[in-house]
Design a protein around this ligand. Structure first.
Ligand SMILES: C[S@@+](CC[C@H](N)C(=O)[O-])C[C@H]1O[C@@H](n2cnc3c(N)ncnc32)[C@H](O)[C@@H]1O
Length: 293
């Protein structure tokens, strides 16, 4: 299938979503534009491996009807939490190294706890603290001080407090905690603009959506080699490919993968270049979008 994309139509502005492992934030705006230009705006989009919500939220922003699902209930609850809170709440989400490990080892975690683990962990893996042991204290305190004195997340490098710290300690080049909050800042703003009404959220196995007809099904499963990255990793890929083929009989099925069996074709490749290629043969690993042949 030949995919058309007029790049001028792509929404300007930041992508929205949780900082989540495997997040499709980088391609979400382009992907939704591909859907709109090639498959129309009248069908419901089912985002069945929804994760941090980048695709669902972009659909919502662009006025498409969308259903979010993830077998793990936690990301959906975190999305709802962020959408129900304001900017002041975000300031409570960064935590010290000690607090991080206390939370990580707690039996029963609240949604605030899960958000803290996500935001303060290295590569958003919920396991290791964002900063090395030697710099943790200094960087956490500096982030807190900047929030208190300047009330800013994004522009922290311009603050006197940061400049002074860099002058005194040249090893500090960035404060990732504030960068995480900056990402969430545009997310909480959505609540006030009323762009995002209620999001339909489910926590089921993707196969429970086998009755869908006449819709767009977007599938972003864990990749084959990403064991232990998510709470749910036991996806049987052969079974998944068969399910896709079955669902493709009555729906438009779009799959994000790096590699798919022969009965699927790559319809788009998200290269970084401005003019995006149809699928080519080169060695670089770009995000790809597949459909059934
Ligand atoms: C690559 S991530 C999705 C990322 C998402 N597109 C985003 O932009 O943040 C894959 C997700 O699939 C979920 N998952 C794993 N097995 C599943 C299943 N059988 N049914 C539904 N979701 C599943 C995981 O919990 C994980 O959140």
């Amino acid at each position: 299938m030949k995919i058309l994309l007029d790049e001028k139509q792509i929404r300007k502005g930041r992508p929205i979503g949780l900082p989540y492992i495997g997040s499709k934030k980088k391609i979400a705006k382009k992907l939704i534009e591909i859907i709109k230009q090639n498959f129309g705006t009248d069908k419901t989009v089912y985002d069945l491996f929804g994760g941090g919500g980048a695709i669902t939220l972009e659909c919502k922003l662009q006025g498409l009807d969308v259903v979010y699902n993830d077998i793990d209930p936690i990301p959906g609850l975190m999305i709802q939490k962020i959408l129900s809170e304001d900017r002041e709440y975000l300031k409570t989400v960064i935590c010290s190294r000690e607090e991080f490990f206390q939370i990580r080892d707690k039996e029963d975690k609240t949604i605030d706890d899960h958000l803290k683990l996500l935001i303060n962990s290295f590569a958003n893996n919920n396991k290791g603290y964002l900063y090395s042991k030697e710099r943790s204290d200094f960087k956490y305190k500096l982030a807190k001080e900047i929030i208190e004195n300047h009330d800013c997340f994004g522009g922290y490098k311009q603050t006197d407090t940061f400049k002074k710290a860099v002058y005194e300690n040249i090893k500090i080049t960035q404060l990732q905690q504030l960068q995480q909050l900056e990402q969430l800042e545009c997310f909480v703003k959505l609540k006030n603009t009323k762009v995002i009404p209620k999001i339909e959220i489910h926590n089921k196995d993707y196969k429970e959506f086998s009755d869908i007809k006449g819709s767009i099904i977007y599938l972003d499963p864990p990749y084959k080699n990403t064991s232990k990255v998510y709470n749910h990793n036991n996806l049987n890929h052969e079974e998944f490919f068969d399910w896709c083929k079955d669902m493709g009989k009555e729906n438009i099925v779009l799959i994000s993968e790096y590699d798919m069996p022969k009965d699927f074709e790559c319809i788009f490749e998200f290269t970084k270049a401005r003019s995006t290629l149809q699928c080519g043969t080169h060695n670089k690993k770009y995000e790809k979008l597949y459909m059934i042949k």
